[in-house]
Design a protein around this ligand. Structure first.
Ligand code: MTE
Ligand code: MO
Length: 250
């Protein structure tokens, strides 16, 4: 399982027999309120152009309207934890990438104070833990607890400019990246995670630092983070640029 290439769009592709996958798809589309439009995101030829681009922007508007930045996702009990060996570990590179020497997180873009945060700096910020279900649109889901600092706290420290409506996340994993709406990024259950199940984050799960959130699908949660940028315009992402839904809320 862990060797399979992630294909977040699989549920939007040809029908598959797995009933749980189909139920998940239906639930996902219902939560998006867009049963009729959901399928359009899978044409990856020119995802942002013409009709599909217009649909994708409409989709974003619907999902934004449905998203309540103050609503907390229910925390799950510890009994719901997935056995650690059963929690899938995905990456686009052939091997799990190792952090470059002297790794530190760059925080920049439209901020008053660009930051360079080491692992120790991040650990000194107020520690938060979230235990919510991880949903990969490929059809699997899993539960773990994740420890880290709230992204909203980092935004506050950097003095993110109110004109920055989007946040871009870059990684050292073969150029894997994503971008989010600001409200989801600042949600109290969106964290920069350095721990999983109370232990330091393992390489498989994105060490030294990954994004984790209760409000987005799996492919939005960039692992192996290098850079967080606050931007005035919406940008794309590794899967998003191949036609996968940009907002991808859960
Ligand atoms: N850098 C990087 N981040 C990534 C990915 C990846 O391939 N590279 N895969 C994404 C996908 S599709 C999912 S479902 C989750 C998987 O997280 P996990 O490996 O901790 O289960 O990470 C996301 N973040
Ligand atoms: Mo995924």
């Amino acid at each position: 399982m862990s060797r399979r290439r992630p294909s977040p769009l699989a549920p939007f592709g040809p029908p598959r027999p797995d009933p749980s996958r189909r139920a998940f798809l239906a639930a996902g589309l219902r939560s998006a309120g867009l049963l009729a439009l959901g399928g359009l995101a899978c044409d990856s030829a020119r995802p942002r152009a013409g009709f599909l681009g217009a649909m994708e922007r409409l989709n974003e508007r619907f999902e934004r309207a449905l998203f309540d930045p103050k609503r907390l996702a229910p925390e799950l009990p510890e009994e719901d934890d997935t056995a650690p060996e059963d929690f899938p570990a995905y990456k686009i590179s052939r091997a799990f990438p190792a952090a470059p020497a002297g790794w530190a997180l760059r925080v920049g873009g439209l901020v008053a104070r660009p930051l360079l945060l080491s692992g120790a700096d991040l650990q000194r910020l107020p520690r938060t833990s979230v235990r919510v279900r991880h949903h990969c649109v490929e059809g699997w889901s899993a539960v773990a607890s994740w420890q880290g600092a709230r992204l909203s706290e980092v935004a506050r420290l950097a003095g993110a400019d109110p004109r920055a409506r989007y946040v871009e996340f870059r990684s050292f994993d073969a150029g894997y990246w994503s971008s989010w709406d600001l409200e989801s990024a600042l949600h109290p259950q969106t964290i920069l995670a350095y721990g999983m199940n109370g232990a330091p984050l393992a390489m498989e799960y994105g060490a030294p630092l990954r994004l984790y959130s209760a409000v987005k699908l799996g492919y939005k949660m960039v692992k192996y983070l290098t850079e967080v940028s606050f931007l005035p315009e919406r940008s794309g992402g590794y899967w998003e640029d191949q036609g996968y839904e940009w907002f991808a809320g859960v």
